[in-house]
Ligand binder design. Structure first.
Ligand code: HGY
Ligand code: MN
Ligand code: MN
Length: 414
């Protein structure tokens, strides 16, 4: 393990400026947050900005068929790069750090090395992957999933957005349907810097998270169909109200997760009635169920309990239902050597560090399928994320980016 070079550290003001410039695109009025759903015009603008910075750094840039962008700094030798990166698409109520930090800190690392005249043995790459959030086009981590061969490109291009168009149509519309081959060649290693998006580091008073893996994710979309009818004339015993089934399910998901206990979580994040009018008993109700657990068997058990509840609730209300799987990823364990490298690098840099799993999904969980992978977490104030008031203090950003710098350098020199 190379001892971090004390003469090399990132420029936090430059990194903060990069974060501010990107957050200005899709800025959410009165907050530091931004809204750049995947493949929207705001996402295109964000992509254009980051690509301009990649060009300014003189990097070799490629765009692949799902719109992933990879920028490479040549090393002293050829071969697979040590890669970092994340995503720059956001949820509709996004913060400026989720994903963006990992990409922009990667560029900051490259600029720090170039300024110091350091050319690593292996090439270094910084990537942003398409549609990590999965909020507009499910599943999440779509770009990195295709990148590692987890989904054929043709299948990904046909995925429809919650607002209509397909991935392929939107990629073409925004000019990011690239030609670099897919699946991509595996990097030598992959390390992603990301905000924790949870309360653990702050509560423990720890600066850096050495992330050991990512919990399993199950996303389902349920459409319950009943009978629309007049809200005023239909006696209660004659109703087939899918809206009731949907809200009963939402309450059950919460109760079930509380009953199972930590680390089980369950969320109904999206719910839509049709025709969604004050005086009409809904014809149908569509809602999403997001279930997660670090243990695959527990997650399957939770899915089974929900399915049983849904079946019974629909039957009582004389409704039918359909389930569409939006995402299903088993828990991922990161490479122990790379996790240890993150941990020792943080310690060498005098930072407190804690090994911990990730509650959120990340592109790293896809890259872990093809190369040694780990993640670095920094604190999230109040554990807040997917919220425009998401915040990470400059000292934490600087600490995280310096751990990234020296971890990448150690991997590039190994
Ligand atoms: O849903 C997630 O965990 C990630 O933010 N895409
Ligand atoms: Mn993220
Ligand atoms: Mn996110």
């Amino acid at each position: 393990m190379a001892v971090p070079r004390s003469d090399l550290s990132i420029d936090i003001d430059r990194l903060q400026q990069r974060l501010a410039d990107l957050a200005a695109i899709g800025a959410i009025e009165g907050t530091d947050g931004c809204s750049r759903l995947a493949l929207t015009d705001e996402d295109r603008e964000g992509r254009d900005l980051v690509m301009a910075q990649m060009n300014e750094l003189g990097l070799d840039i490629t765009i692949d068929g799902i719109g992933n962008v990879v920028a490479v700094m040549p090393g002293q030798t050829k071969g697979p790069p040590v890669m970092t990166g994340s995503h720059i698409d956001t949820v509709r109520t996004g913060g400026r750090y989720d994903g963006n930090l990992g990409v922009l800190a990667g560029l900051e690392v490259i600029e720090t090395l170039k300024t110091a005249g350091v050319i690593p043995k292996r090439p270094l790459a910084v990537a942003f992957f398409t549609d990590e959030e999965g909020a507009r086009f499910p599943p999440d981590m779509l770009g990195s999933l295709v990148y590692v061969g987890g989904m054929p490109l043709e299948q990904a291009l046909e995925i429809e957005a919650i607002d209509g168009p397909t991935v392929g149509e939107e990629l073409t519309r925004i000019g990011y349907a690239g030609s670099a081959p897919l699946p991509a060649a595996a990097p030598h290693a992959f390390v992603e810097l990301h905000i924790e998006q949870g309360p653990v580091l702050e509560a423990e008073g720890i600066t850096i998270g050495a992330v050991t893996g990512v919990q399993g994710i199950s996303w389902q979309e349920v459409t319950v169909t009943g009978q629309s009818n007049h809200a005023g004339t239909t006696p209660m015993h004659m109703r087939k109200d899918p809206g009731l089934v949907a809200v009963e399910c939402a309450a059950f998901v919460r109760e079930m997760a509380m009953d199972i206990g930590h680390p089980q979580v369950g969320t109904v994040g999206r719910i839509e009635f049709s025709p969604n009018l004050v005086n009409v008993i809904p014809a149908s109700a569509t809602f999403t169920v997001d279930l997660r657990n670090t243990d695959e068997a527990e997650l399957r058990h939770c899915e089974r309990r929900f399915a049983d509840f849904l079946e019974a609730a629909a039957e009582v209300e004389d409704c039918t239902f359909e389930i569409r799987e939006l995402a299903r990823f088993e828990p991922v364990v990161f490479d122990p050597e790379v996790v240890a490298l993150v941990e020792t690098t943080a310690q060498e840099l005098g930072q407190s560090v804690l090994r911990m799993p990730s509650g959120a999904g990340h592109d790293a969980q896809m890259l872990a399928r093809v190369c040694p992978t780990a993640m670095i977490f920094t604190q999230s104030r109040d554990g807040l994320s997917h919220n425009p008031h998401e915040y990470t203090a400059p000292a934490d950003l600087e600490a995280g980016a310096n751990v990234l710098l020296h971890t990448l350098l150690a991997l590039a020199e190994s």
